[in-house]
Design a binder for this molecule. Structure first.
Ligand code: GDP
Ligand code: ZN
Length: 298
């Protein structure tokens, strides 16, 4: 069996669809029980002689992975090699910006880029949104206001996704599925079509798919990714707020938590207004929350 690099573009429990370097799409099984490829994985695979299926024999090293603890407390990988997190908020439900901050924090930690997408601009906008979005831009995140319903500014959203692999995260009801549907324009682009052709009844519903976008780039969509809520540790929060991490270089203590420590450059920056009070409060809130969950003291 001659193996080559392939990309996992859909998963159906233990069955996968692969995109080969020559553009072909093939169905694949996985060698052994240990190997757990996910959407976005680069794998080594080869054709099984006499069968239509390919066999995945190894997973190439992941640049990053999106994880969550499953019901048994084990770490479950939702997607791999993600380039961009689009963090969505909307006019309704009432935006919870600390949740947006939490996703941005997760993006920093896995080394993915991130942008804020504010959806449902066809509806009346809650007060203060512009200032908050401007704050994100000030610290280097792109922020796009759009409507998945009317199509307004969707070009700007696709512009954020043109390079590499994206995922869309955010509170339930903000319009993630609506945005994906609009981005795809055409249902035929969906990868789910593998299911029918084998006729052996072995395929089940697709549980994760990487959808190629017409304008370039791809988006990984799955129920798990849509429900993804990052589980963060307190020491991760400290590095995940990028402007706070940058200012912290000048704190007197290297392990400063920016709470009550003397010589804290972060608190100074908040007083001067160069770090937004809202982001700082969000940082403290998340730090307290993670510390409580892990039994730490901050
Ligand atoms: P998800 O839970 O984030 O996937 O959100 P959905 O895509 O299911 O959308 C939740 C609700 O918001 C649905 O009733 C959508 O029709 C609606 N919705 C999504 N985008 C827009 C938008 O741009 N404007 C308006 N007015 N409603 C939207
Ligand atoms: Zn400090």
């Amino acid at each position: 069996m001659i193996e080559q690099d392939a990309l996992v573009i859909a998963t159906y429990s233990r069955r996968m669809q692969l995109l080969l370097p020559d553009g072909r799409r093939v169905d694949a099984r996985i060698k052994g029980k240990r190997l757990k490829p996910v959407c976005g994985d680069h794998v080594e695979a080869g054709p099984i002689p006499g069968e239509a299926d390919w066999l995945i024999t190894a997973i190439c090293e992941r640049r990053n992975q999106l994880t969550r603890p499953n019901l048994r407390g084990k770490i479950e990988v939702l997607a791999a090699n993600v380039d961009t997190l689009l963090v969505m908020a909307a006019a309704t439900p009432e935006p919870d910006w600390s949740i947006v901050d939490r996703y941005l924090c997760a993006a920093e930690l896995i080394g993915a880029s991130a942008a804020v997408v504010f959806n449902k601009v066809d509806l009346p906008c809650p007060e203060g949104v512009d200032e908050i979005l401007d704050d994100y831009v000030r610290i280097g995140y792109q922020a796009v206001r759009c409507s998945a319903k009317t199509g307004r500014n969707i070009d700007a959203v696709t512009g954020l996704m043109r390079d590499g692999v994206s995922i869309i995260v955010g509170q339930s009801g903000v319009g993630k599925s609506s945005l994906i549907n609009r981005l795809l324009e055409d249902d035929r682009l969906r990868v789910g079509a593998v299911s029918e052709k084998s006729g052996e009844g072995r395929h089940t519903t697709v549980n994760s798919a990487m959808l190629q976008l017409p304008g370039g780039g791809a988006v990984i969509d799955s129920p798990g990714v849509r429900d993804y809520a990052p589980a963060l540790q307190a020491d991760e929060v400290v590095v995940g707020y990028r402007e706070i991490a940058a200012a912290a270089q000048a704190c007197r203590f290297a392990n400063c938590r920016h709470l009550r420590e003397p010589g804290c450059a972060v608190k100074e920056a908040v007083e001067k207004g160069t770090i937004s009070k809202r982001r700082y409060d969000s940082y403290r809130h998340l730090l307290a929350l993670t510390a409580k969950l892990t039994g730490g003291q901050y």
